[in-house]
Design a protein around this ligand. Structure first.
Ligand SMILES: [Zn+2]
Length: 443
């Protein structure tokens, strides 16, 4: 049961009615401000200014370009991080946007899915990033603003509300999130006890997703003239039995999770070197997208490939190959560069975990129905729950099916509901005992 009494529930409703029009204008501004990964400065400045305007107790930007705002409670308690990434992917071809400007932030009434993907009509904000994650970001920032007003009205607020806007989520290496949690928090004497992500959930509580490891296999050969292939070892031909084993034996044998689905492996890029028509190639490079389940790691995924390599090498003395996790260099808008592995952990929190139960009770208390879900895609929660094992949930007004598409939009009615839901989740989870902040475990 939630500890939210009638008075506080009425106050949440009244304040959310007051804040709603400003929150929508702010969300439009976010959509109108391009912030492709590595260029989030203008967007971060908007976030800082809005948090100051709303009366946050402390706001700052770290040296990687992430922004943080804190609203301190009237009583001690946990720190709950509301997390949004500030970047977005390219809008793609403007011709596919059906007349909408990807950076217009236009509001109209249009055909849009209901919570359970039935055709519906509702008012929406349109533009790149509306559903991933600018509208949720606006709602999270205004959740802090709502708590400031509750505190002003004399309501007790426990713990610390934290909004964190992170850079560079879309390249999928968590570089902004890793810097924020592992460098900035210790430097500033901050920590967090749980995380609420604004990635699209259609107002459901999302409780996990598969991990993602990008692997590179090199298969080696020896060059010869293309007119005399019998003198060389063709690396592409040598890769064929390996590809077959991955497709026909490894993939079908991967484990399945009842909620997250099957782990998967997909060969998505083949390149060869030297790559000239008159030369038999001495190297074939295979890039694989491996989706993992809790219990699997980059190491275990690579070991499966290594085992196939070893078996093939035993049968064929000419067969030579190796496997590694890919990495990438990412430079933030502040100029900070990191070389990071393309490895994001899987995670799943039980719907019976005390934090999830407290969040669900809070939604019921403000008149919402609770449904659970799991993302198909990956998020920065791979850091908070996958690595740090802190209780993590997704709760957001946006709908997953519009992310990265030219139909990118968010329902404003869902944003209003999410503002109240987020405030209720904060107020109820922050009152819980230590069991709500217990480490998330899996085998
Ligand atoms: Zn995205």
């Amino acid at each position: 049961m939630s500890g939210l009494d009638k008075n506080i529930k009425e106050a949440i409703q009244t304040i959310s009615n007051q804040l709603y029009p400003e929150m929508i204008v702010f969300a439009q501004k976010l959509v109108q401000t391009p912030s492709i990964s590595g260029t989030e400065f203008d967007l971060s400045a908007l976030n800082l200014a809005e948090m100051e305007k709303l009366g946050y107790d402390e706001v700052f930007r770290d040296n990687h370009g992430n922004v943080v705002g804190l609203v301190k409670g009237t009583e001690p308690g946990p720190t709950i991080m509301y997390n949004s990434h500030m970047d977005h992917v390219s809008p793609g071809d403007a011709a596919n946007w059906e007349g909408y400007d990807p950076y217009g932030g236009l509001i109209d009434v249009c055909t849009v899915d209901s919570q359970n993907k039935q055709p519906d009509e509702a008012e929406c904000i349109h533009g790149r990033g509306a559903s991933d994650v600018k509208c949720g970001e606006a709602v999270q920032i205004y959740t802090g603003g709502l708590l400031v007003k509750l505190r002003e009205q004399g309501f007790p607020v426990k713990g610390t509300f934290m909004f964190a806007g992170v850079v560079q989520e879309e390249p999928a290496e968590m570089v902004g999130m890793l810097h924020l949690v592992d460098k900035t928090f210790p430097e500033k004497g901050l920590d967090y006890d749980a995380m609420v992500s604004s990635e699209a959930t259609s107002l459901k509580l999302y409780c996990g997703h598969r991990g993602r490891v990008e692997m590179l296999i090199n298969v080696y050969g020896r060059t010869s003239h293309g007119s005399a292939p019998w003198l060389g070892i063709n690396a592409i031909y040598k890769a064929i039995p390996l590809i077959t084993r991955i497709k026909e034996e490894l993939y079908p044998g991967l484990p399945t999770d009842p909620e997250l689905g099957q782990a998967s492996i997909s060969l998505n890029i083949i390149e060869c070197s030297p790559g000239a028509l008159s030369i038999v190639p001495d190297r074939c490079m295979l890039s694989l997208d491996r989706r993992t389940l809790p219990g699997e790691t980059a190491e275990s995924a690579m070991a499966q490939i290594q085992e196939i390599i070893n078996e093939l090498a035993e049968k064929d003395p000419e067969f030579k190959a190796d496997v590694a996790v890919k990495s990438a260099e990412e430079i933030s808008y502040t100029g900070l560069a990191y070389n990071v592995p393309k490895d994001m952990d899987p995670w799943k929190i039980s719907t019976e975990h005390a934090f999830v139960k407290a969040a669900a009770d809070a939604l019921v208390a403000v008149g919402q129905t609770v449904e659970y879900g799991y993302w198909d895609f990956g998020t920065d929660a791979s850091k908070t729950c996958g690595i740090d094992r802190k209780p993590t949930i997704g709760y957001s007004p946006m709908q997953e099916q519009y992310a990265h598409t030219p139909y990118d939009k968010c329902r404003t009615d869902f944003m209003k509901i999410a503002l109240e839901g987020n405030a209720a989740i904060y107020l109820n989870t922050s009152q819980q005992g230590p069991e709500a902040f217990e480490k998330v475990e899996w085998k």
